[in-house]
Ligand binder design. Structure first.
Ligand code: ATP
Ligand code: MG
Length: 195
């Protein structure tokens, strides 16, 4: 099994995440890509993130129609701050020793990866795939030789921050997030008070 892993806060999930996952799945011939919404992301302790259950459900809604995509509750259900090394340990025990894991990160996240907890173990647990993201330079931040692939994906200049800001000022988010996610945000009244 070749399994992609896409971690993120997904507050909310948007088409940039989905296009990146789809392209990596195609490029590496992955059987599946598991989206893993963070429980409480340690890098984002400075802002209020939406409840994990809302972020999890939006991720399920966004990925439901694609037979390659699934969603894991591993990070949402693990107490305490979310670290990628724990995510990968959990998925490794779920999928077994024979599975090849491909951890997908945008160019911005890849640049920070050496500051992550147990960065060396992260590199042993999964092959890292850094993908292009508009506004960020994609480069190998000095990882172990052979442990990272840099991949060009269709450029979508979308961020969750921008989606939240748009909702707060009543601007449209259709075509930036899947229609079901747009509806869910409206139904739950998410992001209206984004500072
Ligand atoms: P925020 O603005 O709240 O940080 P975000 O859009 O960066 O949200 P995250 O949940 O932080 O989304 O990102 C999860 C992963 O998806 C990260 O590895 C990030 O680099 C990657 N990613 C996010 N948006 C894009 C995009 N438009 N193109 C490529 N990769 C992306
Ligand atoms: Mg981000």
């Amino acid at each position: 099994m070749r399994v992609g892993v896409m971690g993120g806060t997904f507050d909310p999930i948007h088409l940039g995440h989905l296009a990146a996952a789809s392209e990596v799945a195609h490029h590496f011939g992955l059987q599946t890509v598991v989206f893993v919404p963070a429980g409480s992301p340690w890098q984002k302790a400075d802002r209020d993130i939406s409840p994990a259950e809302d972020r999890y459900l939006m991720t399920v809604i966004a990925t439901a129609a694609d037979p390659r995509f699934t969603v894991s509750r591993a990070d949402v259900d693990r107490p305490g701050p979310t670290y990628t090394v724990d995510t990968l340990r959990d998925l490794r025990s779920e999928w077994g020793a024979d599975a090849e894991l491909f951890f997908i990160t945008g160019a911005d996240a890849l640049n920070d990866i050496l500051s992550w907890r147990d960065a060396d173990e992260v590199q042993r647990l999964a092959h890292l795939v850094g993908v292009t993201r508009p506004g960020h330079v994609l480069s190998d931040p000095g990882l172990a030789p052979g442990s990272v692939t840099l991949l060009d994906v269709p450029a979508l200049a979308i961020s969750s921050s921008e989606v939240r800001a748009r909702v707060a000022r009543d601007a449209p988010i259709s075509y930036l997030v899947p229609a079901g996610v747009d509806n869910y945000i409206a139904k739950r009244g998410l992001y209206r008070d984004t500072p």
